[in-house]
Structure formats: C-alpha cells, structure tokens
Design a protein around this ligand. Structure first.
Ligand code: ADP
Ligand code: ADP
Length: 230
C-alpha cells in the first residue's frame, strides 16, 4: 500500500474564484482506511482530483511514498490505483470486456473471483447472456448498485495499491451501499483506502474520518470521536 501526504495545498479553479483548496494538509498512511467528509462545495472532489493528478495545486506538495507527485508519470501513477466515481461509465461492450479493461489477460476464473468478491457474480449470471451480455443491449440498463459492483469487481482485478472512491455510494439505497461497503472490507486488505463521502453514515466503517471545510481539514478523528464532539 501507498503512503500519501498532502502538504499545505492551495488551489483556485480561476483567479477570481475563492480557493477550492486553502491550506489543505493531510496524511494517508500505507494501509489506512480514511473517509473524507464535508458539505457540498467543501473541496472533497478537488482533493481527489489533486491526488489523481487532474488538478495541479498552485502551491503545496503531494507526496507518494515520499516522492513528489509532479515527478511521477501519470500513467504509471494511475496503474497503481483504482478510482471509483459516483457514476462510473461502462463502455459499450460485454460485461467481461468491461472487467478485462484493467487486465486484458485475466482468466475466466479471475473474472469470476473478482465478481464474487464484489457481490456481482449472482446478478451477472442471471443476465440474458451472462458474461457476454453487452451493456448497450440491456433494455433498461443496469441499476446504479449493479454498475457500482462491476466497478468494484474491476478494482479487485486491478489489484491496486490505492483505492480512491469519490461518493461511490451516494446514489445507492442503504442496502446496496451496505453490500458495497461489505465488499470493500475484503478489497481494502493490504491497500490504502480513501473514501469521499457526503454522509457521515457512509464514513462509519473507516478507521479515521477527515472533515473538510472551505478547502482545509478542520477535524480528524474516529467516527465516535467526531460524534462525541457533535
Ligand atoms: P465537494 O466535492 O466537497 O462538493 P468540490 O471540490 O467539488 O467540493 O468544490 C470545491 C469548490 O470548488 C466549490 O466552491 C466549487 O464550486 C468549486 N469547483 C469545483 N469544481 C470546479 C470547476 N471545475 N470549476 C470551477 N470551480 C469548481
Ligand atoms: P447521467 O446521464 O445523468 O449521468 P447516469 O448515466 O449516471 O446518469 O445514469 C442513469 C442511469 O442509466 C443509471 O441509473 C443506470 O441505471 C443507467 N446507466 C448509466 N450508465 C450505464 C451503463 N454504462 N450501463 C448500463 N446502465 C447504465
């Protein structure tokens, strides 16, 4: 797993805008499971995008295992992480194609195992053509929960050192979210996990919660500690 450190990040999307990151400092030790919470507009996605390298902070430094992210090739960086957004896009191919995207040489047994770990195997096997079902041929498409479980299966296959989820369960009902977070318990072993959440309830399973407001970290603690503080 990777250690990520954010050191005093400042960033504005445009010169006339307020700072989206205003002295953001946080550390994500190797193997830790952290949730980032905060109100809408607090800067959570900007933090995620900075870690992904899509946002280049105006000042401040992001360190990956002690190395400045600016000096790391973006493709090499992305090869080490799995990112699951709120509405992952599946491409117009079969379910199997969508998983093999991250590991073209994956065997059928590996696909099955990843799908099982992600609680996706059961619904995939019930699709009209199982693994060969083409996404675009499904009349009503897949439910949000099913799409997220395929995204999670893909993350299992990729075997990433860092797992970064940006409101991945925000559109799911409580039962689907709970299923997703159960799978995450297995996937998180041996990895660094950062979960961006809008609701505190989603963050409950993380070891540590970081609260962001106006582009900086205002609180850090366990779920219980934060509840105790109100
Ligand atoms: P959160 O993820 O916590 O809702 P964001 O990181 O998306 O917060 O947003 C932080 C601030 O940056 C907000 O004021 C938001 O309006 C602004 N912002 C986010 N994305 C953009 C963008 N692409 N262009 C301009 N401003 C943006
Ligand atoms: P929007 O177009 O507003 O971003 P989405 O595309 O994220 O909305 O999702 C709309 C609905 O379409 C989802 O609830 C999902 O059921 C379906 N859907 C979206 N993308 C796919 C996909 N790649 N495969 C199957 N169904 C999809």
């Amino acid at each position: 797993p990777l250690t990520i450190e954010l050191r005093d990040l400042h960033f504005r999307y445009a010169p006339e805008d307020a700072e989206a990151l205003a002295g953001c400092t946080a550390s994500f030790p190797a193997g830790s499971y952290t949730a980032i919470v905060g109100a809408s507009g607090a800067g959570k996605s900007t933090v995620a995008n900075a870690i992904l390298g899509f946002v280049q902070p105006d000042t401040g430094t992001i360190l990956v295992d002690g190395q400045d992210l600016r000096g790391i090739d973006r493709n090499a960086w992305h090869a080490q992480l799995a990112w699951i957004p709120q509405s992952p896009r599946l491409f117009y191919g079969s379910i199997a194609d969508n998983l093999r995207l991250v590991k073209p040489q994956a065997t059928d047994a590996e696909l099955r195992q990843a799908a099982q770990d992600a609680h996706a195997l059961e619904f995939i096997e019930r699709l009209p053509q199982s693994w060969d079902t083409r996404i675009g041929d499904l009349g009503q498409g897949l439910s949000g929960g099913q799409i997220q479980r395929i995204a999670l299966a893909r993350a299992f296959l990729k075997n990433p050192r860092l797992l970064l989820m940006d409101e991945a369960t925000a559109n799911l009902d409580m039962e689907s979210e709970s299923l997703f977070l159960d799978s995450l318990e297995k996937l998180r072993q041996g990895r660094t996990v950062i979960v961006i959440a809008h609701r505190l309830a989603t963050a409950q399973r993380a070891e540590r919660i970081i609260v962001i407001d106006a582009g900086r970290v205002v609180e850090t603690g366990s779920h219980q500690e934060l509840l105790a503080q109100g």
